[in-house]
Design a protein around this ligand. Structure first.
Ligand code: DX5
Ligand code: ZN
Length: 218
């Protein structure tokens, strides 16, 4: 089963609850929340309060993508706010295991993300501690960027790694996913597609953005 994960980074923040509800009604499986600290990535976005406000407005799992230099600091605040999955970046953690285990000890799903320049093989020691592996298909920081051409090859390598060591671990892709690139990511072995602009900046609204991607996924 392929999951769609709308990233609220491209939502109209003044109508956030309403727009998330539109994507839920259109049949998405989870909501992706991009957290940026202006340090690990050159942009600021949102904090636990956004998760706290969304929590009573949707039944969908809330997945928090921590693009921050010190993710351990934010584990408890996001858990308290109602996050279901926490995704941290390999690039800021000399050994991700203690934090991944702390996430699972809270009863939450643990994800590990790699940037486009990080070799896929770095994930190998972590797969027993992972519910989700995230292959970034743009350099993180902004929505609306182009899917990087090296991505399908990287997704294929990650698919092979997971099939070999952790077939139940989800393979998520994030960045530049739209109706043209989603088929490439799926063919390479992704099973969770994050999309911000293709959904929330769709000219006919978020539900139409979801429907367009669903046609590809089904
Ligand atoms: C990138 C974020 C993504 C981003 C995706 O830094 O992690 O989740 O919002 O945006 P699109 O789908 O527009 O590339
Ligand atoms: Zn993201």
């Amino acid at each position: 089963m392929i999951h769609l994960a709308p990233s609220i980074l491209s939502a109209d923040f003044a109508r956030l609850g309403e727009q998330v509800a539109q994507t839920e009604a259109a049949g998405v499986h989870r909501i992706h929340v991009d957290v940026m600290d202006g340090h690990f990535v050159p942009n600021l976005s949102m904090g636990p309060v956004v998760v706290q406000c969304l929590r009573p407005r949707t039944k969908l799992p809330l997945e928090v993508h921590l693009m921050v230099s010190e993710p351990a600091k934010f584990l408890t605040p996001f858990v308290k706010a109602g996050a279901d999955t926490l995704i941290v970046h390999h690039e800021v953690l000399p050994d991700a295991r203690p934090l991944l285990r702390a996430i699972r000890a809270e009863g939450k799903k643990a994800g590990l993300a790699i940037n486009p320049d990080t070799p896929v093989s770095v994930l190998e020691p972590y797969v027993p501690d992972l519910d989700l592996a995230l292959c970034m298909t743009v350099y993180p920081g902004f929505s609306g960027q182009k899917f990087l051409p090296q991505s399908p090859e990287r997704i294929r390598a990650l698919r092979q790694l997971l099939d070999r060591l952790a077939p139940h671990c989800e393979l998520e892709v994030d960045g530049g996913i739209d109706k043209t690139t989603a088929p490439l990511a799926l063919a390479a072995g992704a099973n969770v597609l994050v999309a911000a602009s293709a959904i929330f900046a769709h000219p006919e609204g978020p539900a139409a953005g979801v429907k367009e991607l669903q046609k590809i996924v089904q």
